[in-house]
Design a protein around this ligand. Sequence first.
Ligand code: G6P
Length: 187
Amino acid sequence: MDPKLDPFTTLLDLKLGTFDPERGPVQVRTQEDLRGFFQADPPRPDELVYRVMPVPVPTENSEIQCSTTVLEPGTVGDEYYMTKGHFHAVRDRSEIYIGLAGEGCLVLATEDGRHRVEPIREGMVNYVPGGWAHRSVNVGDEPLVFFAAYVGDAGHDYATIERDGFPVLVCRGDDGPVVTDNPHYRP
Ligand SMILES: O=P(O)(O)OC[C@H]1O[C@H](O)[C@H](O)[C@@H](O)[C@@H]1O
């Protein structure tokens, strides 16, 4: 075969999640960008919630998309800062996370309403099988940093999550994080 890409190497800072050299445009998400994903309206719309730093490769199923996500500590209402969360547009595409720093959890859900909550911490590998929507949540006081890799043509379906939500919410409780049923969840 005639190779489509040249090999490349980049250095990943295992604590900060940054690439050197930076490889692609950093995606920034503020509280305002997450309006409708949190239960409450954003109290400080301009405040940074997370950044996604990509290793850009063509979005074809023969390539592997890689990125790091840095999710700040904080809350909107009682809910800890979290990513929007998504199904893969091509539903059967899978993904792998590797925890680099901080303390978080990965909320997973199927379209028929099953859910799981898995820990994300330094050194943990989380496998996200096809058909499971996934959202990461920072339940600690430091940035949550993780690396993710997924099949190139997976795509992101945010609309289903924006409409239905996840079955559970991860909220700040008196003695730490509490997972509660989402009263607005509609599978
Ligand atoms: O896309 P979000 O649900 O906002 O999550 C933020 C990011 O988390 C992980 O890194 C995923 O692999 C990325 O595809 C995703 O963009």
